[in-house]
Design a protein around this ligand. Structure first.
Ligand SMILES: Nc1ncnc2c1ncn2[C@@H]1O[C@H](COP(=O)(O)OP(=O)(O)O)[C@@H](O)[C@H]1O
Ligand SMILES: [Mg+2]
Length: 322
């Protein structure tokens, strides 16, 4: 499909919803909407998944494609993707299975293991697990301190604790389990934090690697939404071989999970230069402070062009001529 015809398609940008990341999803949606309009799209509406009339508007809008600009539960975990499948509406980014597996970190870790991508050692447990003193000691003996305790369902660092004392383990499990999903306890991997965006379908390729610098203990919610210039170093200051390896592993993660359109994998690069993967986000943040748009811009792709390609990838994945 030529770009002129592409730009006349009716696009429903879906944002908002009910997750912890609702506000961020609204910002991502608004920015994607503006970028599509700037790129010349003439029929763009933004719909909030949590609005009472969402389904009516989606079904009656005669849309050609849905642009899913949502993060966390319902939007990034396969739920909205399932709805769009049922409606036979092509949509941006990953399908149901890749979205669901990527958003349950313990499942994604099993896929990474299988693909030969190193992940932090750890265990997962039910939300209501409470460990005896003996079990805490055993965990600490095995994984060391500090430990990272986090909800297995991917979010935006909500419910994550860096535990430095054995006495803090059970409180951290309770906090990570507050939403009811499984809880992941991981060894702390020390090193340089980076994130690697990947775009494309069968031709998936990595964008410039972003190094994340913070004065905080970890990249938590307060830091994530501060201005990007404070925390993003692009390209990441890594040895060329390590840089290329991180990009190769991010593409491998994208393919192993079956992602489409885009993904963004978070890694810690150890002192010996080995990238250890923490997670893959199937719909990374697209706000003005977000990592993926920043990386793409450094790679020469402005945000309106990037969003146009996302629509093209969606149609390509749906088998429509583009
Ligand atoms: N095992 C770990 N070792 C070191 N740092 C970690 C580990 N797990 C998480 N972190 C830190 O916590 C942040 C958020 O963790 P992550 O698993 O990416 O969750 P989220 O889904 O909230 O982004 C990471 O960006 C990193 O700074
Ligand atoms: Mg992360």
């Amino acid at each position: 499909m030529d770009r002129e015809r592409l730009r006349s398609l009716r696009v429903a940008v879906i944002g908002g919803g009910w997750s912890d990341e609702r506000e961020i999803s609204l910002k991502s949606a608004s920015r994607c909407h503006d970028a599509l309009v700037e790129a010349g799209f003439t029929n763009v509406d933004t719909l909030d998944l949590a609005a009472r009339d969402f389904l009516t508007r989606l079904v009656s809008g005669s849309y050609d494609v849905a642009f899913v600009a949502m993060h966390g539960a319902y939007g990034e975990d396969g739920c909205v993707q399932g709805l769009l499948e049922v409606l036979h509406l092509p949509y941006t980014f990953s399908g149901v299975a890749a979205s669901a597996v990527s958003s349950e970190k313990q499942l994604a870790k099993a896929v990474f293991d299988e693909a030969g991508i190193r992940t932090p050692r750890g265990v997962d447990m039910p939300a209501d697990a409470r460990l005896s003193q003996e079990e805490v000691d055993e965990l600490v003996a095995r994984l060391g301190l500090p430990l990272f305790v986090k909800p297995a369902a991917n979010g935006s660092s909500f419910g994550i604790t860096r535990v430095t004392e054995p006495a803090g383990v059970n409180d951290a499990i309770a906090k990570a389990g507050a939403a009811g999903g499984r809880v992941l306890v991981e060894e702390c991997v020390e090193g340089t934090e980076i994130t690697v965006p990947v775009i494309g379908n069968a031709d998936a390729h990595a964008l410039p690697v972003v190094e994340i610098v913070t004065g905080a203990d970890f990249y938590d919610v307060t830091v994530k939404y501060e201005p990007s210039a404070l925390h993003h170093v692009i390209p990441a200051r890594l040895e060329p071989g390590v840089y290329a390896r991180a990009q190769e592993l991010a593409v491998r993660a994208h393919k192993a999970l079956g992602c489409r359109g885009c993904s963004r994998s978070d890694f810690i690069v150890t002192g010996s230069g080995e990238p250890v993967i923490l997670e893959t986000n199937t719909i990374p943040g697209m706000t003005a402070e977000s990592l993926l748009p920043d990386s793409a811009r450094h790679g020469g792709i402005e945000f309106p062009e990037l969003c146009t390609r996302f629509v093209e990838y969606a149609l390509e994945a749906a088998g429509e001529d583009c």
